[in-house]
Design a protein around this ligand. Structure first.
Ligand code: HEC
Length: 148
């Protein structure tokens, strides 16, 4: 083999190795993103941005444009656990979002029951059933709790 011929072979080998390494990395990233847990949190975040951030804010502290106009400013959603002795009250939060437990500000003229709106979207392509989305939202809120 002459030197003249060797160079392209080495180049090809290096390129092939790089391609394999890149593919492996991409596959790992895809696997991490498509795992059930990351999916739950990602879909919860998407629903939050769509349905909740207007009042509660993208910072969860009630800074949303609509939140500023409410007669009762929403509490900081990152401190739900802190306000509850360090324990995230999963069931209560689920019930609030589902509209099964009323808090001032939800289920009043200020806040339609989200569950009802979500239920109307059930079975539409691209939408999870309402109870799944409420669960995802609750898990998402649990995941953004401030460290105590
Ligand atoms: C129209 C404004 C508005 C929208 C939209 C809204 N909220 Fe609220 N939310 C409030 C107000 C007002 C309160 C009552 C004050 C408080 O307890 O923080 C509240 C309270 C809460 C509470 C209770 C907080 C606690 O510490 O007990 C949770 C949980 C909550 N909202 C979650 C959500 C989620 C999830 C969404 C989206 C599906 C949402 N909210 C959409 C206004 C809103």
């Amino acid at each position: 083999m002459t030197l003249h011929n060797t160079k392209p072979v080495i180049k090809a080998a290096v390129l092939a190795t790089l391609a394999i390494l890149t593919l492996t990395a991409l596959t790992r990233i895809a696997a991490a993103q498509s795992g059930a847990w990351p999916t739950i949190l990602r879909e919860g975040a998407e629903e939050y941005a769509e349905s909740c951030a207007a009042c509660h804010g993208t910072d969860f502290k009630g800074s949303g444009e609509l939140g500023q106009k409410l007669f009762k400013k929403p509490h900081d959603l990152t401190e739900i656990a802190k306000r509850n002795g360090g324990v995230f009250p999963f069931r209560r939060v689920f019930d609030v979002i589902a509209g099964d437990q009323t808090v001032e500000g939800h289920d009043t003229m200020h806040m339609p029951k989200y569950a009802e709106r979500m239920k109307r979207e059930d079975f539409q392509p691209g939408y999870n059933p309402a109870h799944v989305r409420i669960l995802e939202l609750t898990h998402y809120l649990e995941s953004i709790q401030a460290r105590q």
